[in-house]
Ligand binder design. Structure first.
Ligand SMILES: NC(=O)c1ccc[n+]([C@@H]2O[C@H](COP(=O)([O-])OP(=O)(O)OC[C@H]3O[C@@H](n4cnc5c(N)ncnc54)[C@H](O)[C@@H]3O)[C@@H](O)[C@H]2O)c1
Ligand SMILES: O=c1ccn([C@@H]2O[C@H](COP(=O)(O)OP(=O)(O)O[C@H]3O[C@H](CO)[C@@H](O)[C@H](O)[C@H]3O)[C@@H](O)[C@H]2O)c(=O)[nH]1
Length: 689
């Protein structure tokens, strides 16, 4: 058992202090941050690190662990002093040694007995020698100082586990006696010790981090190539890793490495080489690849949408990796800054790191208290940190809550097979796109969903067309109740359904009584919660996307509602849209929708036979044509190859025109079922050329 002082109570200092006390040493931790020391004395952490707080409290209670902000008090009985202060990055990329040098001066002023000074901080080669020089320069007591380099290899989020289960402990010393004492101190960990000279030990730390960073940038480059050639980087990494010379670890493709170590240490090593007139080309490329990788999701989203201005985007995960609150050099910061610069609105969620993120991120970011709130009503979700909670989040909720379910996953959280079961556009790293389109060459051609919800939102973007759209929402429990409160009659339709399949009507006669009609079947349900449950179990599968539309009281003929199918077309290579056909459909007796039509009639005739004012026929027909043409022009911006669009239009009992639905592959057979086949012939001839 030794008396040990630890200077710095950050991730490394505190974990080292707690673990050394756990294996039996008397440890005093020193920090200049008095607030931190006060909290630690009270058994509270100022960082998030799994299992650390419990172990700390146990050892405080055992009387083996204490804290102070007074260096003199901390050093007075110490045989060994560990330096674990920060070595942040300077603007030129090199390591800032200010804190290290301050500690060296404090040791010189306050150490009262022979002491071994052990550097845990990551420091450039030669720093330990500099520490010794400074101590001797300021030393006030007649004591012997030995210097040991003992770099730290723990990872945040698993720091305690790593300390007890490390692969090796590196001890760099000039004096065998000092090296042996440090080896003995660590003996209870039962981890192999590797002894070397001080400079090599210092270099082992940088070389290790640089190598791991290289592995990550390498697999990320392979991921990009996989996207171009149609391979799957996860399978590639498994196949590579089975070669024991390569190994499976650190081959997870994603949006690059962040955190307080890899970015800083790779830059520092590049500078260390540069100071010796050596350009470390390989490492420079590793750094450049990582910088590009960190905002890859923004590039993918821009390619998908064309522009991001006005888009609502949720960022899930802010910490640089799961199980930590550390956001230093986290991809989330670079991503969010770029999204805001592109004009997107950003909501963000992280289980732990929000407090730290709020201090760093722009005030425009809206922080949400859970995933549901963060993704609600958004156009895209970016997954930035693979927290367990995010991986376990049910995919159906993206479908329910987002405007259009589009996910850009920077950590390959979801299995592609699972994702295929949902109507979600899914873009991950180095893997095939799901529910998007791929050209023959394997290049990604981002497609726009043809679902009813997407088309509704695209038409809504046009302010001249918006007044013609009945209020529509994505189906969820919340939106169902909101719509039922606003409209006593609503319609629910599958977003990807055809020919009226799965369309149901819900009518509320009072606040708690609901009538559901599907085809000719009618059911009554009492209570809002039972209504949602009934709909989910019988009509609205959680795996599909549904829309809720306010019911339009359509003009009727003999109590049967009518709607109008308008066909708009353009010739190949022409931008001129024309109306090539129009027909009114009269619903079968008792049916709520006209897909089961009992009669097809010319629009003029339908208006005349309905309760509408027949003097308005010409005006209504003109408006129907104009709205249909404008809708086609609006949709053409997104469905650039479309030449045939079918519109289901409605005229309500007040004579107001509504766009009920746009169809990109409309059935034209109905035009062949009427006596006058001229529209049918025109449609066919336009379709040819
Ligand atoms: N964070 C990691 O996972 C990790 C892992 C291995 C190595 N390292 C290296 O370890 C070092 C420390 O990293 P960290 O993440 O623990 O840093 P940190 O910034 O979390 O903590 C450093 C602490 O040192 C204190 N401090 C600064 N000057 C002091 C002084 N003169 N006296 C007393 N306390 C002082 C600060 O108040 C702070 O609490 C760095 O060199 C880092 O590169 C970090
Ligand atoms: O296959 C992988 C592995 C990691 N990462 C990313 O790399 C970063 C760093 O991850 P990790 O190494 O787990 O975390 P750190 O806590 O930064 O630990 C690294 O940095 C410490 C400080 O030097 C060292 O002590 C550790 O040994 C070293 O792993 C994170 O952004 C990860 O998302 C990947 O993208 N792919």
């Amino acid at each position: 058992m030794r008396n040990v002082a630890i200077v710095g109570t950050g991730y490394v200092g505190l974990v080292t202090g707690v673990c050394l006390s756990e294996i039996g040493h008397n440890v005093i931790c020193i920090d200049i941050d008095q607030e931190k020391v006060k909290k630690l004395k009270a058994g509270k952490l100022s960082i998030f690190e799994p299992n650390l707080e419990e172990l700390m409290i146990t050892n405080i209670e055992r009387g083996r662990l204490s804290f102070t902000s007074d260096h003199a008090e901390g050093f007075k009985d110490s045989e060994v002093i560990y330096i674990a202060v920060g070595t942040p990055q300077k603007t030129d990329g090199s390591a800032d040694l200010t804190h290290i040098e301050q500690v060296a001066v404090q040791i010189a002023l306050h150490a009262k007995r022979d002491v071994i000074v052990v550097t845990k901080s990551t420091v450039p080669v030669g720093t330990n020698e500099r520490i010794k020089e400074i101590i001797h320069e300021y030393l006030v007591s007649d004591i012997k100082i030995d210097i040991v380099s003992n770099p730290e290899f723990l990872r945040e989020g698993s720091a305690i586990h790593d300390t007890f289960n490390g692969d090796r402990i590196v001890i760099g010393a000039e004096c065998e006696h000092a090296a042996t004492i440090i080896e003995e101190i660590n003996k209870p960990f039962q981890i192999p010790v590797y002894k070397t000279d001080i400079r090599s030990a210092e270099m082992i730390k940088y070389a290790s981090n640089a190598f791991l960073a290289t592995k990550i940038s390498f697999i990320n480059e392979i991921a990009t190539i996989c996207e171009h050639v149609g391979a799957n980087v996860e399978d590639v990494a498994i196949g590579m890793g089975q070669d024991s010379r390569i190994g499976t670890k650190f081959l997870k493709a994603g949006i690059g490495y962040g955190g307080s170590c890899f970015p800083k240490d790779t830059n520092a090593l590049y500078q260390i080489a540069g100071h010796k007139d050596y350009s470390f080309h390989l490492l420079k490329t590793v750094i450049d690849v990582n910088n590009k990788q960190q905002t890859l999701l923004v590039d993918k989203a821009k390619k998908r949408f064309g522009f991001l201005k006005g888009k609502k985007i949720a960022v899930l995960g802010l910490a640089f990796k799961p199980n930590t609150d550390d956001i230093r050099e986290a991809a989330s910061i670079f991503i969010i800054n770029r999204l805001i610069a592109e004009g997107a609105g950003v909501t963000a969620y992280d289980p732990i790191a929000v407090k730290k993120a709020e201090r760093v991120l722009r005030p425009e970011v809206q922080f949400m208290s859970n995933i549901e709130k963060a993704i609600h009503g958004t156009d895209a979700v970016f997954i930035v940190t693979e927290w367990r909670e995010i991986i376990d989040f049910p995919l159906k909720k993206y479908v329910e809550l987002m405007n259009r379910p589009i996910i850009f996953d920077g950590r390959n959280c979801y299995s592609l097979n699972e994702m295929k079961k949902f109507p979600i556009e899914y873009y991950s790293i180095g893997r095939p796109i799901i529910n998007g389109k791929t050209t023959n060459k394997g290049d990604t051609h981002m497609s726009v969903s043809v679902g009813k919800w997407t088309k509704y939102k695209l038409i809504l973007e046009n302010e001249n067309l918006a007044p013609y759209l009945p209020e529509t929402k994505l189906f969820s429990e919340g939106s169902l109740w909101k719509m039922m409160d606003l409209h006593s009659e609503i319609m629910i339709k599958p977003s990807f359904g055809h020919k009226g399949k799965g369309v149901i009507q819900v009518t509320s006669s009072d606040e708690e009584k609901f009538e559901i009609q599907a085809g000719l079947n009618k059911t009554t349900i009492y209570g809002k919660k039972p209504l949602f449950k009934y709909l989910r179990e019988n009509h609205c599968s959680p795996k599909r996307q549904y829309i809720i539309q306010r019911w339009i009281s359509l003009a009727k003929i003999d109590d049967s509602p009518i709607d109008i199918r308008v066909i708009v077309q353009r010739k190949r290579n022409s931008s001129e849209w024309i109306v090539t056909g129009k027909l009114a459909k009269i619903a079968r007796d008792g049916f709520i929708i006209t897909s089961a039509a009992k009669e097809l009639v010319p629009v003029e005739e339908a208006i005349e036979r309905s309760s509408l004012n027949s003097q308005l026929i010409q005006k209504l027909i003109f408006e129907l044509d104009q709205v249909s043409l404008n809708t086609a022009r609006q949709l053409e911006k997104y469905y650039t190859k479309s030449r045939l669009i079918g519109l289901d239009m409605g005229i309500d009992q007040e004579g107001k025109i509504w766009i009920i639905e746009a169809n990109l592959t409309p059935n034209i057979a109905m035009f062949n079922k009427v006596e006058d086949k001229s529209d049918y012939e025109t449609i066919k001839s336009y379709r040819k050329g």
